[in-house]
Design a protein around this ligand. Structure first.
Ligand code: CTP
Length: 408
């Protein structure tokens, strides 16, 4: 780092704002980046200024907003100063136009000049209408930038300007802030490059070609675990029995869709050896049956279903675990929750057990929030009700510290 750079504990973030409607969200982004104790310098393009006030951005940033490539004689040249000092350059929103000029190596405004003048990591957060995002020109520019090592946070699906909907929305501000932290190292460093295997959803055992035996797990908690782990830099394999979409902005999640307990077991065993940690959030059926080859007919009377036990995937993983591998189990309980969970912690030999009392409102199946207790050999921590994303963060912070302890 050249002299005069900020102390490492205050990373220097250059935020480039270009001209899309999502630019209005960058006032909040500056604030949240400052909350992380980053030094934040903002560069705004002429088009960006049409959507967000440089005064608002500059009031919250660590220094005055840079708007011009050309400065009065004798002043420091802003793009080389910012480009050299940056620990990361974030472009949010990144319009199709800015992505195109950056990919082509053009530098006709202060933002693209800064991008060419930096050797720091660059994170672009594209936001535009779906038609533009999917245009081959934009996709080829993205591919070019990725090839050059630029980080791309893919846009989300949702409402777009003008009443439209589709892929093209700027990701939520915490997602951008997390991605910045991941790239910079920060709190997420412990999962950087780790391989995390996550299971999610409720398995489905076929009764006949039409009917299934299943449970009420939605897969939301497991998907949140996979998404947060990926945001924190891990390479994730998500073995899921859920139909829910997976938000994988960083392109670090391999999704394996399964249905039955047996197919989940096979997928888990396929990926177990290479994994540093297994987080078994799925609600795996304890029972299965031989599926009838054709639909059971009502006229044949009430069928008798012969249930058989499924293999306990978690138990197999524990029995075959390799040194340093971290294994997290879940306990879904509806009565005597804590007592049952303590017993499971004793019997299952996992490093961490996550108790989900599914009888509580705002916890467990198919709701956006969860309320869990984390149990391990050293004690119990009850987490108040919070989003499944935040629960995932708490669980993965434990996984990260268990992994780093294993390294020591
Ligand atoms: N699990 C598993 N394979 C199974 C059943 C469960 O790997 N066939 C895992 C779950 O993913 C979870 C943990 O085991 O991480 C505990 O699941 P849970 O259903 O709470 O416990 P069980 O041991 O099945 O006990 P019970 O259903 O009797 O409460």
């Amino acid at each position: 780092m050249p002299s005069g750079t900020p102390e490492p504990e205050h990373p220097f973030v250059v935020l480039g704002v270009s001209g899309g409607i999502a630019a209005y969200k960058t006032v909040e982004l500056v604030r949240r980046l400052r909350d992380q104790d980053y030094h934040v310098a903002v560069v705004v393009t002429a088009a960006g200024e049409q959507f967000v006030s440089p005064l608002a951005l500059g009031t919250l940033a660590s220094e005055p907003v840079v708007r011009e490539l050309f400065v009065p004689e004798g002043g420091p040249i802003p793009h080389t100063r910012l480009g050299r000092r940056a620990d990361i350059v974030v472009v949010a929103p990144a319009t199709a136009d800015v992505l195109g000029r950056y990919a082509a190596g053009l530098a006709n405004d202060v933002l693209t000049a800064t991008l060419l003048a930096t050797s720091a990591p660059v994170l672009v957060c594209p936001a535009m209408h779906q038609e533009m995002w999917e245009h081959p020109a934009v996709q080829e520019n993205i591919a070019t930038l990725r090839r050059r090592g630029v980080h791309v946070l893919e846009p989300e699906n949702g409402a777009l300007a003008g009443g439209d909907a589709g892929a093209g929305r700027l990701p939520e501000i915490p997602t951008i802030v997390d991605e910045v932290a991941t790239i910079l190292g920060g709190h997420a460093r412990a999962l950087m490059g780790r391989r995390i295997l996550v299971t999610a959803g409720g398995t489905r055992e076929a009764i006949d070609p039409v009917r299934v035996l299943t449970n009420r797990s939605s897969g939301r908690q497991g998907h949140a675990l996979a998404e947060v782990a990926a945001r924190w830099g891990a390479h994730v394999t998500l073995v899921t029995a859920s139909e829910l979409p997976v938000r994988d902005h960083a392109g670090r999640i391999e999704v394996v869709r399964v249905a039955s307990a047996a197919s989940m077991r096979e997928a888990v065993l396929d990926h177990l050896d290479e994994s540093d940690a297994l987080v078994m959030a799925a609600a795996v059926s304890d029972f299965t049956l031989s599926a009838a080859p054709t639909k059971l007919k009502r006229r044949d009377g009430v069928p008798e279903l012969h249930l058989e036990p499924t293999a306990d995937i978690l138990a197999e993983a524990v029995a075959g675990r390799h040194a340093g591998q971290v294994i997290v189990g879940f306990a879904a309980e509806s009565s005597d929750a804590l007592a049952n969970a303590r017993e499971k912690l004793r019997n299952k030999h996992v490093d961490l057990l996550v108790l989900n009392d599914v009888s509580r409102p705002g916890a467990g199946f198919d709701v956006a929030t969860n309320e869990v207790v984390l149990l391990d050999a050293s004690g119990e921590e009850a987490l108040s009700q919070r989003s499944k994303d935040e629960v995932a963060q708490a669980i993965l912070a434990r996984v990260a510290s268990l992994l780093s302890r294993g390294d020591a």
